[in-house]
Write a protein of this length. Structure first.
Length: 380
C-alpha cells in the first residue's frame, strides 16, 4: 500500500525524542543525529515529543531550525511515561503530524490512522541473547517491538544484520524494511588536530604512554575480558584502557582486573573520547553481537585502526579497514594488535582504509538516505 501526503513546503514529522533529551550516547546520539539531519535539510519540520528532559540535554535543540518541542502538560506531568505511551497520540493529530517516527524500537498506542508510522529497530538482542536480560525486561522489549513492527508502515533497520534478524526472528515482511545506516556523533566528524588535546586527556585520565583503547559498557556481550586476556600477550609497555561503565557481575569482574597495565575509566567525559581514541595505538571492540557497532566507526573517524569481531554487523561497519577475529579467540586479537603496535607502515595502511570506509556513514549521506525514506511516502 502506498501513502501520499499533501504537498507542503515542509513535511511535518513527529519524533519520539525521549532518548534525544535524556541519553548521552547510543540511542541519544542516534536520535539527535536523525532529527538534526532532517531539519537541517530544509525539507522537514520536526515536532519532538519527550516526557521530560535531563538538564544536560534540555537545550540541545537551540539553533536547530523548524523544530517544536512538546512535553506533557497539566496532570500528565505526574504520569510522563503514560503520556509517552498513550496520551500524546491525540496531540500528534492536533499538531498536524504526517509521519510519526519512533527512533528507539517502539511506537505509542493509538496513533491516528491517517498518520504514517515509522519505527527504527537497532537490534534484536533480546531474541538472540535473551540471557542478557531479566525476564521482565525481555518481555517488555519483545512486546513493544512486536507491536511497533506490526503497526508500522515502514521499519527502518540500522544495518543489513538487523534487517536479516527482523525477517528471520520476527517474520517482518522484507519489503516493509528499509536499511538506513547510522552515523556517530558530529564531534567525530569535525575534529581539527589543533583542537584535540591528547596530552590533556592523558593527564586527566592517567593514561599509559602506549595503550590500546576499548570503548563500551562493560558487560558480558561487549566481551571486554577477551581484550584483557589479549593484552597479556603483548609487550608489557603496552597497556589497555577500557572506557565504559560496569554493568552487573561481569562489569565488577572486569573492574577487579584493573592494575598498572589495565586502566578502566568509568566516567570519561564524552567530549574527550576523540582525544582518547587518537592517542591510542589501536582500538579493540570484540563484542559478541551488535546492531551496528558505533565504536568501530568512531575509531575510523579518529584515525585509529580497529580490531573487532568478525560477526553480526561489525564487518558492515568496518569493511576492509578493520581487522577481524573470533570474539572467543584472544590469541588472534592479540596478534592483530601486536602487528598494529609494531608495524607503523601497516598501521598507516589501515588508517587510510578507515578514511575511505567511514565516508559510507558520513552524517550528510545518512541524513539524505533517511530523507529519501520520508520522500517515498509522497512529495515534500
Amino acid at each position: 500500500m502506498r501513502f501520499f501526503v499533501r504537498y507542503m513546503e515542509r513535511m511535518i514529522i513527529g519524533y519520539d525524542a525521549k532518548r534525544a533529551f535524556c541519553n548521552g550516547t547510543g540511542l541519544g546520539n542516534y536520535s539527535r543525529g536523525v532529527i538534526a539531519g532532517a531539519v537541517e535539510s530544509g525539507e522537514v519540520e520536526a515536532v519532538l515529543y519527550t516526557p521530560y528532559a535531563k538538564s544536560r540535554y534540555e537545550h540541545w535543540t537551540e539553533g536547530l531550525p523548524h523544530t517544536r518541542v512538546k512535553m506533557p502538560q497539566g496532570w500528565w506531568k505526574c504520569e510522563p511515561s503514560l503520556w509517552r505511551t498513550l496520551a500524546k497520540a491525540q496531540e500528534v493529530e492536533e499538531d498536524g503530524v504526517q509521519i510519526y517516527h519512533g527512533l528507539s524500537q517502539e511506537l505509542p498506542l493509538g496513533l491516528p490512522k491517517k498518520t504514517i508510522k515509522m519505527v527504527t529497530v537497532h537490534d534484536l538482542i533480546a531474541w538472540r541473547y535473551p540471557q542478557y536480560f531479566s525476564p521482565f525486561d525481555r518481555a517488555i522489549y519483545r512486546k513493544k517491538m512486536r507491536y511497533a513492527c506490526r503497526v508500522a508502515d515502514v521499519v527502518v533497520a540500522i544495518s543489513e544484520q538487523t534487517k536479516q534478524d527482523l525477517v528471520e526472528l520476527m517474520e517482518v515482511p522484507e519489503e516493509k524494511i528499509k536499511v538506513v545506516y547510522q552515523t556517530c556523533d558530529s564531534m567525530f566528524w569535525n575534529m581539527e588536530n589543533e583542537n584535540l588535546n591528547i596530552e590533556a586527556a592523558h593527564e586527566k585520565y592517567h593514561l599509559p604512554d602506549k595503550y590500546i583503547v576499548c570503548v563500551g559498557t562493560i558487560e558480558e556481550r561487549k566481551n571486554q575480558l577477551c581484550a584483557i586476556r589479549a593484552i597479556q600477550r603483548l609487550p608489557e609497555e603496552i597497556g589497555l584502557v577500557i572506557v565504559g561503565r560496569p554493568r552487573g557481575k561481569y562489569g565488577q569482574e572486569a573492574l577487579r582486573e584493573a592494575n598498572d597495565r589495565i586502566r578502566i575509566v568509568t566516567h570519561a567525559d564524552f567530549a574527550d573520547f576523540p582525544a582518547i581514541y587518537r592517542g591510542s595505538l589501536a582500538s579493540v571492540y570484540i563484542s559478541r553481537f551488535e546492531g551496528f557497532g558505533i565504536p568501530v566507526l568512531e575509531s575510523m573517524c579518529c584515525d585509529t585502526p580497529v580490531v573487532t569481531s568478525g560477526v553480526s554487523s561489525m564487518p558492515e561497519a568496518g569493511g576492509e579497514a578493520a581487522l577481524y577475529a573470533n570474539p572467543d579467540d584472544d590469541a588472534a586479537v592479540a596478534e592483530h594488535l601486536l602487528r598494529l603496535a609494531t608495524n607503523e607502515a601497516f598501521r598507516q595502511e589501515c588508517i587510510e582504509k578507515g578514511r575511505i570506509q567511514k565516508k559510507r556513514f558520513a552524517p550528510e549521506r545518512v541524513a539524505q538516505d533517511m530523507i529519501e525514506v520520508y520522500r517515498s511516502f509522497g512529495t515534500i
